[in-house]
Write a protein that binds this ligand. Structure first.
Ligand SMILES: NC(=O)c1ccc[n+]([C@@H]2O[C@H](COP(=O)([O-])OP(=O)(O)OC[C@H]3O[C@@H](n4cnc5c(N)ncnc54)[C@H](OP(=O)(O)O)[C@@H]3O)[C@@H](O)[C@H]2O)c1
Length: 246
C-alpha cells in the first residue's frame, strides 16, 4: 500500500516510515527537506499521487499564538490535495486530553487540527498520544538555570516515541476509525518527580524545585493529560528507556 507520511523526516515520522517499510508498504517521507511544503502546497500533488493513506506527523515551528495558523493552513492544503488524489484514509497525531487545556495556544491549535480533519472530505483517524519521553529534556530546559529546574506537579503519563510510532503505523494500515485512539505510557508521574528521576539517571547535580505556577504545563488542569479508560497502554517504561540512553 502506498502511504504518504507528511513530516516523515521528524522524530515520529521517520520511525513510522521505517515501520511501514519493514511491513512491506511503500511509505514516502514528505517534508520541506524532501521538497514538499504543506504551508505552500509545493510538491504536494506529486507526493500524493497513488497514495491510499496520508499520515500527518508535521509540527508547527513554534508552540505560541502562531501555531493555529500553521495547523489551519497545512490541514486545508493537505485535505484538499488528498481529496483530489483519491486518498481513502487520513491520519493525524494529536495529544491525549488536548481538548481539556484551553489555556494553551498550542493545544487549541491541535484541537483545531483535529476539527478540520473531522469536518474534511477524507475518512479519518486520530491517534492521541501522551508526552514523548524524548520531549522531557525540552520541558526541563524551559524552566532551568545552572543550579535549579523548576517544575509543577502536573500529572503526566509519558511514552516512548517508538511506541507512538508503532501505534500510528498500526492505525494507518487499518480501516479509518472515524474517531480517536488514545495511547499512553505505563506509568503516571508528577512532572516535578519526572524531572528528579531524569536528573538522577543522568548524574545531573541540579535540584528540582516544585513550583505549580511555572512553565507550559502549569496551565494543565488536574489530570487532563492522563490516559482515559479506553487508552492502549504501551510497554516501554521511562526507567527502561533512560537506561537504554546510557
Ligand atoms: N512532543 C510530544 O510529546 C507530543 C505528544 C503527542 C503528540 N505530539 C504530536 O506529534 C507530532 C509530531 O511531532 P514530532 O516531535 O515527531 O515532530 P518533529 O520531530 O519536530 O518533526 C516535524 C516534522 O514536520 C515537518 N514539517 C515542518 N514544517 C513543515 C511543512 N511546512 N510542510 C511539511 N512538513 C513540515 C518537518 O520537516 P523537516 O524535517 O523537513 O523540517 C519534520 O519532518 C506533532 O504534530 C505533535 O503535535 C507530540
Amino acid at each position: 500500500m502506498k502511504i504518504a507520511v507528511l513530516g516523515g523526516t521528524g522524530l515520529i515520522g521517520s520511525q513510522v516510515v521505517r515501520i511501514l517499510r519493514t511491513a512491506g508498504h511503500d511509505a514516502a517521507p514528505l517534508s520541506p527537506s524532501t521538497g514538499v511544503d504543506l504551508l505552500t502546497g509545493q510538491g504536494l500533488s506529486e507526493g500524493l499521487t497513488g497514495a491510499e493513506v496520508v499520515v500527518n506527523l508535521t509540527n508547527s515551528p513554534t508552540f505560541d499564538d502562531a501555531s493555529p495558523a500553521f495547523f489551519q493552513t497545512t490541514m486545508d492544503n493537505l485535505l484538499a490535495a488528498a481529496d483530489r488524489a483519491g486518498v481513502s484514509h487520513a491520519v493525524v497525531l494529536s495529544i491525549v486530553g488536548v481538548d481539556q487545556v484551553p489555556d494553551l495556544a498550542y493545544y487549541r491549535a491541535k484541537v483545531l487540527q483535529e476539527d478540520i480533519l473531522k469536518a474534511g472530505p477524507v475518512p479519518y483517524s486520530i491517534v492521541r498520544a501522551t508526552q514523548f519521553f524524548e520531549f522531557v529534556e525540552a520541558i526541563l530546559s524551559w524552566t532551568a538555570d545552572d543550579t535549579t529546574v523548576r517544575l509543577p506537579r502536573t500529572p503526566v503519563q509519558p511514552m516512548a516515541a517508538a511506541d507512538v510510532a508503532q501505534a500510528v503505523a498500526d492505525v494507518s494500515t487499518g480501516a479509518p476509525l472515524r474517531g480517536v485512539r488514545n495511547v499512553a505510557g505505563p506509568d503516571v508521574f508528577a512532572l516535578d518527580e519526572l524531572g528528579r528521576v531524569t536528573l538522577a539517571a543522568r548524574g545531573d547535580q541540579r535540584t528540582v524545585t516544585t513550583d505549580d505556577n511555572v512553565g507550559m504545563f502549569a496551565a494543565v488542569p488536574g489530570a487532563a493529560l492522563i490516559a482515559v479508560d479506553d487508552a492502549v497502554i504501551a510497554s516501554t517504561t521511562y526507567r527502561e528507556w533512560l537506561d537504554r540512553q546510557g
